[in-house]
Design a protein around this ligand. Structure first.
Ligand code: MF3
Ligand code: CO
Ligand code: CO
Length: 276
């Protein structure tokens, strides 16, 4: 069997581990799901304030997803019971919404995945709560730069490893730790599909990028060491050394001459400080 599989949309969803090459219907579906994800993340901007609980933010994510005609793909996913993940400070990813309130100085990732008309729009951004120390703001800025430098490498003819190599080179300039335990992923009709998109790699390695491939890039970058551990709830991943961690995520598609970002903010709010 080939490493790639050309998909004609509407066919049975294949779970055979091959990398799917989608057509125009797939691009249209991902554009709509990605736009809803971006609108939800835009709506979080004024709500992320000291005192708000992460459960309150989760309620807004769920309501906006439903109002937009979708369902949160995380709801019921492998037993996960919430509409998004909210990861504060040293939480690397998959933070569970709760009655914990945000406080001044926190850095927070909100990760949403609306499933709209069969397509998954997966995206996350960092938010700054009140006054955030310079060291933490720099981590957030560099992590966003890592995502965008990775995306720059996404074009036909390049290899998947070129993306991780660009991210790694940038993060290492600052001596930050690049998380290895979690990676980006193919998506589309499936939430998590082939290929695995690692955020530290050798240039020129991995599968060749081809038009029609859909995947996320979602680097998690730590102020300290790269190591993570899982809390006893079975979801929350934290840095072992308790250092701060940041993450941004976009869903993209490879086009004939480059890429399309499905989850770009319609308001230009892709990155803090969101002074728009
Ligand atoms: N949205 C996450 C990702 O980027 C996955 C969250 S799965 C959950 O792939 F169950 F933790 F919500
Ligand atoms: Co993802
Ligand atoms: Co996500």
């Amino acid at each position: 069997m080939s490493e790639y599989q050309i998909i004609s949309e509407g066919e049975t969803v294949l779970r055979d581990g091959s990398i799917k090459l989608h057509g125009p219907d797939g691009f249209e579906g991902m554009r709509r799901a990605g736009r809803l994800a971006a609108e939800i993340l835009d709506a979080m901007v004024p709500l992320v304030q000291p005192g708000v609980t992460t459960a309150e933010l989760d309620d807004v994510v769920r309501q906006m997803t439903l109002d937009g005609g979708g369902v949160p793909a995380t709801l019921g996913y492998r037993g996960y019971a919430h509409s998004c993940c909210i990861s504060i400070n040293h939480v690397v990813c998959h933070g569970i919404p709760s009655d914990k309130a945000l406080k001044d100085g926190d850095i927070v990732n909100i990760d949403v995945t609306p499933l709209l008309d069969g397509w998954h729009g997966d995206s996350s951004r960092m938010y700054l709560v009140g006054d955030v120390p310079l060291k933490a703001r720099r981590l957030v800025d560099v992590t966003y730069e890592c995502l965008m430098l990775g995306i720059e490498q996404a074009r036909p003819g390049n290899r998947l490893g070129d993306i991780g190599a660009a991210i790694q080179a940038h993060a290492e300039k600052y001596r930050y730790g690049i998380v290895r335990e979690f990676c980006g992923h193919g998506l589309g009709r499936l939430f998590h599909d082939a290929p695995e998109v690692v955020h530290a790699a050798k240039a020129g390695t991995g599968p060749e990028l081809r038009p029609g491939m859909f995947f996320t890039i979602e680097p998690m970058i730590n102020l300290g060491k790269p190591w993570c551990k899982m809390l006893s709830d079975g979801w929350t991943a934290v840095t072992r050394d308790k250092s701060l961690s940041a993450q941004f995520e976009h869903s993209i598609g490879i086009t004939e001459d480059g890429h399309e970002i499905f989850t770009k903010s319609p308001k230009g709010l892709d990155q803090p400080p969101y002074m728009a």
